[in-house]
Ligand binder design. Structure first.
Ligand code: ADP
Ligand code: ZN
Length: 611
């Protein structure tokens, strides 16, 4: 009797239910319908082709562009007890020959191939001897020059449909705008395909923006509440990745740098250590992350402002792929905006305006005073009515106040400084600073000098940004970022126009306190989680796989909360399939029993033990 999709999901993956859309996609694929699937990173695309491949007789061909990713996916499948293999340039002739024989003998259910391999001479005739039940094209946006990661070799994949007209094709991607989407369908010959677009929301990833002042201090505070949790810090320059990694190492953290300028060996050593949880923190340029499948990245920090929202969303999407809580923290500074503007201006002339406009959207996001998730999703064309409750703005809703007096002080100073100074100097004048720039030009003599000394520079910065964002003030980028008055600011100065401002409050402080309390409350659960994590690490090293291949963080969290101590209870944990139970179930049950007994001996009653 053949298995159903539902039973396969439970048996091999240990999941009870399909996520929204997975079921529809799988049913379509099994009905031999071509499909295009757009889901965010971590949305659960793999299940959409792996489950049909397991239910249907025959073998599924998976085309994937990245050798490292292929290896990871095959490892994860093998750990779940699914027979899979990969063919690419990294294999020797003998390994290749053996694997091909296994395919012919019908013992492989999923075969991963690189596009080069698929199109190599003789490979199609080899495939014709196999009962291929499905072609899955991963990272399908690589086929389109409109996408952000065009790979010319992908365009050859259009031969698949011609050669195998009766085999369904499922194309999958996490990023494709409308144009790229149409291009994928056209090039792969999937005009009749069903298109599935899932929401791009990642509700488990919290969003926070902080001022870039004292970044190192903010990072170490942040790490205090994320002890031992793996994460990525994205920096703009290669130099800063190395400096930051060094500083964090100096603070006692296990951190490594990663950028394209490092020797390949150093790079792959850093990546490998991170995958295996030997290094907690990777300080990287955007070169890091593509093709990395680590599901237990618990946080992503942007040390600098990314140049557009697409990149930002893709980068924070590397956190929390297992569905458990993850944090995205962005440091924002005006000087980054200026630096990026200068960099972008040197790009291709026909692209400059587009890139600058994208940067401006990014800046608006960073300075936003409304739910950040709404802004992000709106950017990708999804309108959400409700606030998310999981961003810094939602957690600390901004209070507004009458900012007319502040605006008058600032605008009057701008006028008296003849609209020639940039924001930094304006703040110095408002606060009555006695530095050289101020004194040399005689700015200490103007009427508004020192009129705003009751506010900190950070406060002023926030309010001036708000004036800029809301169009109360202009900035002349081409005149050294000098601030200029406009009609609206003149109305404030001369026509009683009122201005409302959002109270500036660096939000992280409060959040952290809340989080620390939360942590204390969950101390017992966390201790067990830590022990399970140590056990997972040990088993991973013994089996030479990354820890998240054994069990995901969310599975360990559920174990720590539920404390299963027998087979039935253990198999009820999400992510524990039959093969994994047989391989690791006992070790984890033993660890839980030992922990619970230890706690009871110390006089703690440990509730909700499932015996
Ligand atoms: P994507 O390829 O879309 O980035 P994955 O296929 O790697 O995402 O899935 C992300 C994570 O979600 C994996 O850890 C996967 O095992 C898990 N997952 C997928 N489907 C389900 C499900 N139905 N229930 C629970 N977890 C799931
Ligand atoms: Zn929100």
């Amino acid at each position: 009797m053949s298995e159903t999709a539902q039973s396969v999901l439970k048996k091999y993956y240990g999941y009870d239910t399909f996520r929204p859309m997975q079921k529809d996609i799988i049913e379509s694929v099994m009905a031999k319908q071509d499909c295009l699937v757009l889901m965010p990173t971590g949305g659960g695309k793999s299940v959409c082709f792996q489950v049909p491949a397991l239910v249907l007789p025959g073998i599924c061909l998976v085309v994937s562009p990245l050798i490292a990713l292929m290896k990871d996916q095959v490892e994860a499948l093998l750990a779940n007890g699914i027979s899979a293999g990969y063919l690419n340039s990294s294999l020797g002739p003998q390994e290749q020959y053996d694997l091909e024989n296994k395919c012919l003998a019908g013992t492989i259910k999923l075969l991963y191939v690189s596009p080069e391999k698929l199109l190599s001479p003789g490979f199609f005739s080899f495939l014709k001897r196999l009962p291929v039940n499905l072609f899955a094209i991963d990272e399908a946006h690589c086929i389109s020059a409109w996408g952000h990661d065009f790979r010319p070799e992908y365009t050859q994949l259009r031969y698949i449909k011609a050669q195998f007209p009766s085999v369904p094709i499922i194309a999958l991607t996490a990023t494709a705008d409308r144009l790229t989407r149409l291009d994928i369908l056209k090039q792969l010959g999937l005009e009749a395909a069903k298109v599935f677009v899932s929401s791009f929301d990642r509700p488990n990833v919290s969003l926070t923006v902080m001022p870039a002042k004292n970044r190192l201090k903010s990072i170490t505070n942040f790490l205090e509440t994320h002890r031992g949790q793996p994460g990525i810090i994205y920096c703009l320059s290669r130099n800063s990745t190395e400096q930051l990694a060094q500083k964090l190492t100096g603070e006692g953290y296990k951190a490594a740098a990663y950028h394209a300028g490092l020797p390949p060996q150093t790079r792959s050593r850093a990546q490998d250590a991170f995958l295996k949880d030997n290094v907690q923190i990777i300080c990287a340029t955007i070169a890091f992350g593509m093709g990395i499948d680590k599901s237990n990245v618990r946080w992503v920090i942007h040390y600098n402002l990314p140049k557009n929202i697409e990149s930002y969303y893709q980068e924070i999407g590397r956190g929390g792929r297992d569905g458990a809580r993850a944090a995205a923290l962005l440091f924002y500074s005006y000087s980054d905006v200026m630096r990026l503007r200068d960099m972008l201006k040197e790009g291709k002339p026909d692209q400059v305006n587009l890139q600058l406009a994208k940067l401006e959207r990014m800046q608006q996001y960073a300075e936003a005073t409304m739910c950040r998730r709404k802004i992000l999703l709106q950017y990708f064309g999804e309108t959400h009515v409700n606030d998310c409750g999981n961003c810094d703005i939602c957690r600390n809703p901004p209070a507004t106040f009458d900012g007319t007096l502040l605006a008058q002080k600032a605008f009057s100073a701008v006028a008296r400084l003849e609209e020639k100074v940039n924001m930094g100097l304006l703040i110095d004048v408002l606060r009555g600073a006695r530095n050289q720039a101020v004194l040399q030009k005689g700015y200490d003599k103007i009427k508004t000098y020192g009129a705003g000394r009751d506010l900190s520079p950070l406060d002023w910065q926030s309010y001036l940004h708000q004036f800029l964002n809301a169009g109360w003030l202009e900035m002349a980028y081409e005149e050294g970022y000098a601030l200029k008055l406009n009609q609206r600011s003149r109305a404030v100065l001369f026509a009683d126009q009122k201005v409302s401002l959002v109270k500036f409050q660096p939000s992280a402080g409060k959040d952290e306190i809340k989080e620390v309390r939360q942590l204390k409350k969950e101390r017992i659960k966390d201790e067990l989680f830590d022990r399970l994590r140590v056990l997972r690490k040990k088993l991973a090293d013994e089996n030479q796989v990354p820890p998240y291949v054994i069990f995901s963080d969310s599975t360990l969290q559920e174990m720590a909360a539920e404390k299963p101590t027998n087979r039935v209870a253990m198999l009820a944990i999400t992510g524990v399939g039959l093969v994994k139970y047989e391989n690791y179930g006992h070790d984890f049950i033993n660890e839980i029993i030992q922990f619970v007994t230890g706690q009871e001996e110390q006089g703690y009653t440990v509730k909700s033990i499932k015996r």
